[in-house]
Design a protein around this ligand. Structure first.
Ligand code: MN
Length: 187
């Protein structure tokens, strides 16, 4: 992945933030990581409305979705996931408080992290709006799908759905809520 490509993917992220005031990483394109396995992270973000930022490393940045209710282990319990701007890779380790008046003001904790594994071609799936993958996190594991609602890409805030696959890691929502049972940071 070329630095110029990463820089252009991070334009929206950088435009929204004043890095003199927010402790979040500026994401200056530096050495491009070639990790053994791409990163996965969920950040619990107590902004104006609490939400869970679901991020997958793909193509040199963290592709990001804001999930208002957080993930559910119940395959029938599809969770709205609004596609938001790409974040820099080093955002995956960020915990802290974004100051009042800054974009996304509020507390951020790393709710889960690990690696992810695409099922099939990740870039093609992402472009087509159907990304199937396996998570290897501290809280979330097994098969998941992110699927774009409506047919079309390119909206500023595309609605997607985050859906647990039916496997050994799935659990009925009536029995267990992962976000309620394990509210704390993994760091
Ligand atoms: Mn957020």
């Amino acid at each position: 992945m070329k630095r110029a490509t990463v820089a252009s993917q991070l334009q929206r992220y950088r435009r929204k933030r004043n890095f003199v005031k927010t402790p979040e990483p500026a994401g200056h394109p530096g050495v491009i990581r070639q990790p053994p396995a791409p990163l996965y992270v969920i950040q619990k973000h107590a902004a104006t409305r609490l939400h869970y930022d679901f991020r997958l490393e793909l193509g040199g940045t963290l592709k990001s979705w804001a999930v208002p209710k957080g993930p559910s282990l119940d395959p029938a319990d599809k969770r709205m996931a609004v596609h938001v701007e790409d974040h820099p890779i080093d955002y995956a380790g960020f915990e802290g408080t974004i100051p009042k008046g800054q974009y996304g003001a509020g507390q951020v904790i790393v709710w889960d992290r690990g690696t992810w594994e695409p099922v099939g071609d990740a870039r093609a799936g992402y472009r087509a709006g159907k990304l199937k993958f396996r998570l290897h996190g501290e809280k979330l594991n097994g098969g998941w799908t992110l699927v774009r609602m409506h047919g079309r890409a390119g909206e500023r805030q595309e609605p997607w759905l985050l859906i647990k696959e039916r496997d050994d890691e799935a659990r009925p929502a009536a029995d267990y809520s992962t976000v309620d049972a394990e509210p704390a940071s993994v760091l």
